[in-house]
Design a binder for this molecule. Structure first.
Ligand SMILES: [Mg+2]
Length: 324
């Protein structure tokens, strides 16, 4: 879903990628955007503080859609940064944008697909391997072997706790997997169990740190992350409502001594550009969503072998793709 805000001859662009896991649909986002439209006709935005106030006032108009709030918030950041004649990174952090190393994903694969994907990502700086209820570590070992200098993480997408195994066996298996993954040299394990099982997450005596993704939706969730035994969390602009809360989440996480990561859905280079702004001050970025698209409608940050380089220009620096 794309939005365009036009005022004073400046166009601000925003995007949301509604995800069914969070009960978001394109139709739902579209309806919320329509109901928020009149609110925008009388807005005056001059500072980042103004955007923060608008973000809060928007919520009753777009609730329960954080994705709709995200699209509008991003467009405001793009618009204001252009008006100020600076990049969105400069506006957010007061620094020039630096290149961002991003995780690139190896999805659940057949053996043939796996061989191809591991080869494609050979030598990339950060590799993330998706796992499921089978918790097969073959792809992790394959990536490690072919790319010994890459940093590797595993994302279980809530899959390592299965009803068939039962809770007790799932926990025992996680403890054993963690030992094995530490030996392999995996950097962290993302979301092993579903969020409703946060309280049952074991404290791992040995193993890579645990990162929350589905367990950490908005900024209200951060304080309970450390209590649940997570060492870090995955910020996604579609989950939390845009750049405004994502910046607060990054700062809050650091203040609590938690690691932070900016992630993405399947999304265009427009939403990726917003994520890359936040990623300037997080520990990790997982922003390969646009690279996986066959028909990215925008261009902005240039992807090259796992590194995103900032665009030249003000705002988010994004424009329609010349070769979509
Ligand atoms: Mg994840």
């Amino acid at each position: 879903m794309f939005v365009k805000l036009e005022s004073e001859g400046i166009t601000g662009l925003g995007e949301a990628s509604p995800n069914a896991f969070y009960n978001e649909t394109a139709e739902g986002v579209s309806a919320r955007l329509a109901s928020a439209a009149p609110f925008f006709s009388s807005l005056k935005i001059r500072t980042v503080t103004d955007i923060g106030e608008v973000w809060a006032k928007l919520w009753p108009l777009v609730a329960p859609s954080r994705a709709a709030q995200c699209a509008l918030d991003i467009a405001l950041w793009d618009w204001l940064a252009q008006r100020e004649g600076v990049s969105a990174t400069q506006l957010a952090w007061g620094i020039a944008a630096k290149p961002v190393n991003t995780f690139c994903t190896i999805g659940l694969s057949t053996p043939d697909e796996l061989a191809e994907k591991v080869e494609e990502l050979r030598g990339f700086p950060l590799i993330k391997i998706k796992s499921d209820q089978h918790a097969d570590l073959t792809p992790v070992r394959a990536a490690r072997q072919l790319s010994p200098n890459s940093r590797v993480a595993v994302d279980a997408n809530c899959g390592w706790s299965s009803v068939e195994m039962g809770q007790h066996d799932s926990i025992n298996r996680l403890v054993a997997l963690a030992v094995e993954l530490k030996e392999i040299g995996v950097e962290f394990i993302e979301q092993p169990f579903p969020p409703e099982q946060d309280a049952r997450l074991p404290r791992l005596a040995s193993g890579p740190p645990l990162f929350a993704d589905e367990s950490c939706v908005t900024e209200d969730y951060i304080d309970r992350m450390a209590l649940a035994g997570f060492s870090g969390f995955n910020i996604k602009l579609d989950k939390c409502g845009g750049i405004t809360p994502a910046l607060r989440m990054a700062r809050h996480g650091h203040a609590l001594g938690l690691k932070t990561m900016v992630g993405c859905m399947l999304e265009s280079s427009l939403l990726i550009a917003a994520g890359a702004v936040v990623a300037q001050q997080t520990d990790y970025a997982d922003l390969d969503g646009a690279w996986l698209l066959g028909d990215d409608p925008f261009q902005g940050w240039r992807f090259n072998r796992g590194t995103l380089s900032p665009p030249i220009g003000t705002g988010l620096g994004v424009e329609p793709a010349t070769n979509p």
